[in-house]
Design a protein around this ligand. Sequence first.
Ligand code: ADP
Ligand code: ASP
Ligand code: MG
Length: 421
Amino acid sequence: MKDIVVQKFGGTSVADTDKIKNVARAVIREKELGNDVVVVVSAMGHTTDILTKLAKEISQNPSPREMDMLLSTGEGVSIALLAMALQEQGCKAVSMNAMQVGIITEKVHSKARILEIKTDRIREHLDSGAVVVIAGFQGITDDFEITTLGRGGSDTSAVALAGALKAKRCDIYTDVEGVYTTDPRIVPCATRLEQISYEEMLELARVGANVLHPRAVEAATQYKLPVRVRSTFKLNNLGTLILGVEEMELHRPVTGVASDLSQLRVVVCDVQDNPGVAATLFDGLAKENISVDMIIQSYARKALNTNDIAFTIDKADLDKTKEVLEKVRPELNYSNIFIDDKIAKISIVGAGMIDHPGIAAKMFKSLAKLGINIKMIATSEIKISCIVEQSRANDAVEALHTVFGLDSNSVAEVKGDLPNI
Ligand code: ADP
Ligand code: ASP
Ligand code: MG
């Protein structure tokens, strides 16, 4: 049996028909190396944003089911066009959507998790000599409802498919030449990393480095699957290899810096300081599938028997969060709610942090020097995050990138435009 390689091409890589023809050449090149090839593609260019905008023109609160029906169509266009481009270049190819493959997810719209991937139909096509082109981002529940995996979810489709097919490698082709020390669109002198561990990549992806979907990194860790992030536009470049920490050659105290503008901060003021109050609040949020990131509870005001609870959530979950807060009001008896939607989460990540005391102090000092106020702090073994004013996000990232010695002498090459709709 031949080795299987999974290649994933993101939206910028398939933004127009010339780019799709270019992708077909990259696929054929991999096939000519003697591998069976499974390709996962995203929707063309900014299609998903455009579809979202269409929905918003009709409804401010579209049904999650119909949103998934709508957004999943984008990937359907790319797979058929890429299969045609491959056939046109003399390569046997077949496109398949999630339903045809059997990418089974939980019954959650807009951020479903993959539960199982059926491989028999893919294998049949591979055995017939075809390249199989599969729609990323889509899933199907066991009662045939269409789901999607969350923005950026095609990475997860690719890595999960690679794991299920026992592929030897999963290559994520994108518009930058690999994983950088920070977003090269924000800091042009960001440095490309030759290697990064699963753990560091997972933290970076979670704190806003959207070059990879966090669940894709989780899946790669689970399958111990080597993942390479590389450029669609410079096929000879090696990109960045993501691999187990034990295989890493070097541990830097800080490997990367990221910013995340997708969250907002909710402060619930004068909450009753009684056992069970936090449980009620966060249980209510969990039941609505709202993920909470940072949480801070203030020092109790003994005389009043109250404290404040602040937490961060995705901006998209604000309406649902307000409903939950209304529901728990009788028990929490809070005085008011303060919503701060102009925040940024700035994070530094590095596996070597554990052995280097003083990293947090250095981060706070750098922010202080710029007069940037820190609103919240959270740490893990290999990460420190600070919530700051959104207008200072880029200043903070640039300063931390420099202070932790991550600047490179060259300028990173980035293709395509940022979504501007
Ligand atoms: P695709 O459409 O190929 O999935 P994405 O836009 O999802 O591409 O991801 C690639 C983008 O990720 C880059 O253009 C870059 O702006 C952004 N990015 C953020 N952080 C990083 C990082 N640390 N390294 C590389 N790219 C990053
Ligand atoms: N098309 C989806 C998005 O834009 C999925 C992806 O590109 O990974 O988020
Ligand atoms: Mg992406």
